[in-house]
Design a protein around this ligand. Structure first.
Ligand SMILES: Cc1cc2nc3c(=O)[nH]c(=O)nc-3n(C[C@H](O)[C@H](O)[C@H](O)COP(=O)(O)O)c2cc1C
Length: 248
């Protein structure tokens, strides 16, 4: 990350001490913004994952944040390398917590002194509850559609959320941003900025860091041109009016 601003993405563990420890470690590593992933209180019915029995967590892959955490390790009878199964079981028991709800956000507010962004808000009423809970922003996102097939498109939810919260929250957006004109449309629908999920992963897979940089450079160039071709010198002047059809 170099000197860039760091945002820490939290999957909110059931165990309070482990969560508190994660937040402290993130702070100590220089993360300033906390992004809480709400999209996945449970893993969805994912046929391809099921077909391939694909859940690397069960093999202790993708669990490093836990397996290096002092509060997590304190609950194990043996070190991870001596009893991987016990570590995996402890992880599985705390990773998801579908019981969490709005009042629980007070815990995060007490344990994080920077901005907090809730990722995975689609309903305007939920966005208002986020503002009331003292959150600073929301990411309008459907988790790439990997959870509930047929859920509302994030782009359809975006203007409703943006209208509901006005200036009370920073509204960000992801799910399906692939091109510069997608960025333009998201801003016009009320997003302050967009996030990229899969595109940067594709770049990473094809050419490592250079691939990621290429993806982002292309997207920014296309966005810049789309702005200019739509009559804008800056993103700040893009509004919903840019998407309206011409009168017949
Ligand atoms: C393989 C995969 C893993 C993901 N893991 C996470 C995650 O750990 N935390 C999170 O907040 N979102 C996760 N997401 C969701 C993405 O952050 C993003 O919201 C979603 O993919 C939509 O953006 P996109 O269409 O640009 O990919 C994941 C998505 C994919 C495809």
């Amino acid at each position: 990350m170099g000197d860039a601003e760091r945002w820490f993405q939290l999957y909110w563990a059931k165990d309070r001490e482990v969560t508190r420890s994660f937040l402290g470690r993130a702070r100590a590593c220089g993360f300033s913004v906390l992004v809480v992933t709400l999209d996945t209180p449970l893993l969805a019915w994912r046929p391809r994952d099921l077909d391939q029995a694909y859940l690397p967590f069960l093999h202790g892959v993708g669990t490093a944040n836990y397996f290096t955490d002092p509060a997590f390790l304190a609950g194990l009878a043996k070190p991870v390398h001596e009893d991987l199964n016990a570590a995996v079981l402890r992880f599985v028991g705390m990773f998801a917590d579908p019981g969490k709800t709005w009042p629980d956000l007070a815990f995060l507010r007490e344990n994080w002194d920077g901005p907090i962004v809730l990722k995975g808000v689609l309903h305007p009423d939920d966005a208002l509850l986020a503002a009331e809970a003292g959150m600073d922003g929301v990411v309008v996102s459907n988790h790439g559609g990997r959870q509930v097939a047929g859920s509302v498109a994030a782009a359809d939810a975006l203007p409703r959320v943006a209208r509901a919260v006005g200036d009370r929250l920073t509204v960000l957006f992801d799910s399906g941003v692939r091109t510069g004109d997608d960025v333009f449309k998201a801003l016009a629908l009320g997003a302050r900025a967009v996030l990229l999920g899969r595109p940067y992963v594709y770049g990473l897979g094809l050419d490592g860091q250079a691939g990621v940089e290429h993806v982002i450079r292309c997207l920014l160039a296309e966005f810049d041109l789309t702005l200019a071709l739509s009559g804008h010198a800056t993103p700040a002047t893009v509004t919903a009016g840019d998407l309206e059809e011409s009168p017949a």
